[in-house]
Design a protein around this ligand. Sequence first.
Ligand code: FEO
Ligand code: CA
Ligand code: CA
Length: 754
Amino acid sequence: MNHNAVPDTTSFDDEDHNTSGNPSFESVLDARLSRRSMLRGTVGTAATAVLGGWSVAACGGSDDDAPLDPNAPITKLGFASVAKSIEDRVSVPAGYTATTFYALGDPLTAATPAYKNDGTDTDFENRAGDHHDGMEYFGLSADGTQRDVNGSVRGLLAMNHEATSNKGSDPRSYYLHANGGTLNPRPVGEADKEIAVHGLSVIEVRKTAGTWGYVQASAYNRRVTPLTPVEITGPARGNALLKTKYSPAGTSTRGTLNNCGTGLTPWGTFLTGEENWNGYFTRGTADNAARDARSVASLNRYGRSQGAASRHGWETAGSADVYARWNISKTGVSTDGTDDYRNELNGFGYIVEMDAYDKTVALRKRTALGRFAHESAAFSLPKPGKPLAVYMGDDSRGEYIYKFVSAANWAASDSAPANRITTGDKYLDSGKLYVAKFNADGTGQWIELNMANALIAAYATYAFADQADILVNARLAADAVGATKMDRPEWCAVHPTTGEVYYTLTNNANRRVEPTGSQQALDAANPRAYRDTQLDNTTASSNSPGNVHGHIIRLAEVGGESAAVGFSWDVYLFGAESTSTNSSINVSSLTADQDFSSPDGLWFSKNTGLCWIQTDDGSYTDVTNCMMLAGVPGTVGDGAKTTLTFTKADLTTMTVETYVGKKPAADTLKRFLVGPKQCELTGCAETPDGKTLFANIQHPGEELAAVADILNPARFTSYWPGNAGYQATAGNTTSRPRSATVAITKNDGGRIGT
Ligand code: FEO
Ligand code: CA
Ligand code: CA
């Protein structure tokens, strides 16, 4: 779903449940950078048969084995910026080729039939899921038998399938059904398909004669769905809050849900963040009376007040347990919840770890990292003898930025462990969880969430029972300590040499110059609120107030230490429309070659050091579809303290001081890709040689005007990738649109961005 700045009461992806009244806090701290360089080896060799690969242009890419230069960051972007576009296609710079190779429904076993894409396909447990999202690349040796961190022509892609397109409160995922589907009660067959398109994929990918594709019959291929058994680990394992009919011991649950951002561990596993999972569950209109006050407070804070409807109505498909679990009302008579699904919601909202190389290993939900609407999980630069930090964000309006610091110190030998998932136990099951406060003077503080904090121990809104309770209800603990309410933290990423941490703050429809009710006032770290100047929305009155275009904030830990409790910060970039002449809106002075709105995906290339920015926008879409940009970032503090000015209702002005990074030059920020209609760009990964960039095109054509329009292809709002010739006739205007993966290579075989 598009992440519009406009509040949308029917959107399951634009949550807003933070009504806490946090105080301000001041602290003065210095911060300094640390610098490291990454060492790399050589790449593997080309492999053989590939299925599914298809390119948008003739490709001259090579499979050469040139040694990598570990000290060659790109300092000036070498490509010509791609123009903004509302065409229904993928645009990349001259000299580059984008190859589409893994779209919704593509088969993952030799026996699975080709996807017909007419709503009659089944067996999605053996097909690509929907709404491709975050993604990580895992290199393979040339013979395919083992992990090779330098493998650049053969590897695995692990990715999220976040959601499936439906309209507002209409539960039907219309593109998956021949006639658009059936309203509640949902037929079993429809519910089964919609459930199975969620979760994760692992696919083997290979480059043959310069063209990427996935291997349909690879033994590595795997689908994880909302029904796959998953272990619960860390401090909340076995806690009373996790006990369900499925797992009376509170040690496991089924599946992972609404997976958005990802992470790559230093030991070679995949992390996935569960984001807007709450919307899939329904709760009875009188359920409050059946629960205690703490349970009700928790459910309300996590977006499931009594009477909440579920996104897809799967609980209406039958009495079988796989449908009943989507109703989290207290229906049983037990005192501990082991005869119903009253606690089912507490099994979601985690960072989940998967060993992409071994599909026999169960996934593990890492409760030590806290429960909220997770996006990506980005590691500090591993330093032997020091703990690892994992940076994370909570994507809802006015939610927080978090970090986890491992109890274990990093051992370099763990970069190639004998057992990857138990290495995850070592680093991710015990440690400290912190939440961020941003101060007006350009510093910030990490506040540990534990019972030793008097604000938590004495919190009047919610009486925490123990540390597991603090982790499961991390939002409430963060409220208690007065964390800074941010403009929807999306992905975070760590710069590969400086270790500085970047966060996209995508937009916030609740930020105001003069807030009322639960709206948020301007502060130094979230310093803009204004009205969109273009009529992107259907009526002027709904025309996007708030932080319309979002920004990218970055932090430098004090002393460059992962365990630091203080940091300094500034804003790397402010999203804006380049036609804006207001320097308090277009603060970063973006030009037409650089302007963007609603940054979401964020990722650094370890090979080139480039910062990749992906958008999920609803405020500039009258001018351009969503996009990817490449940036050459500087460092925290390379810009200037800046005063922004906004007009109040009585036409007097108010000012806000913030810290703005050095403004981008023409060759340090450029638009690299524009996607097809109504998509978002998300998921970014590269081969270790820096010569292939993978990205996901999520939900092209997601805004079908009416479900009945599924029977009238002329009304489809996108035909991609079928219209580009992927498993269909090029130029057609009949194909149902599909989320898909693209591989981008440079025609001269060079590194991406040069
Ligand atoms: Fe799934 Fe917050 O984006
Ligand atoms: Ca996102
Ligand atoms: Ca606009």
